[in-house]
Design a protein around this ligand. Sequence first.
Ligand SMILES: [Zn+2]
Length: 146
Amino acid sequence: MDSLLLPVVDEDGAPFWEYAARSELRVQACASPDCGRLRFPPRPCCPHCRSFESEWRAMSGRGRIWSYVVPHPPLLPAYAAQAPYNAVVVELTDAPHIRLVGNVVSGPDAPLNSVDPARLRIGAPVKAVFAPVSPELTMVRWQLER
Ligand SMILES: [Zn+2]
């Protein structure tokens, strides 16, 4: 059966997925007391101060749609079956310089095409929902706040 592509979990990003499996949205932060800046995607070294110390800081899970597209076929078969759906870039309320790519859905277990693309607007408030897609992986998706 055709299935959606899943992220490849690497060593730097593994904590992001472990927190997501616990329904927590966390972002990597520099743990140097003089810096402390958030960064995404996860990486070993702080791009601001070059510290290798890091921690994972809890986010509120709130954000706004910064941009979006509505893919139409031709697409990979599993995606064509759900088109038209949406792919969004969400700017985090707690860290507006951090943007995550995902999908707006009507609920954690809902399919990618569960929200009419006509409802999406740049700037619309969204909140993170956590969708287990396999025993090992929980996706962070987004739900419209209203
Ligand atoms: Zn730093």
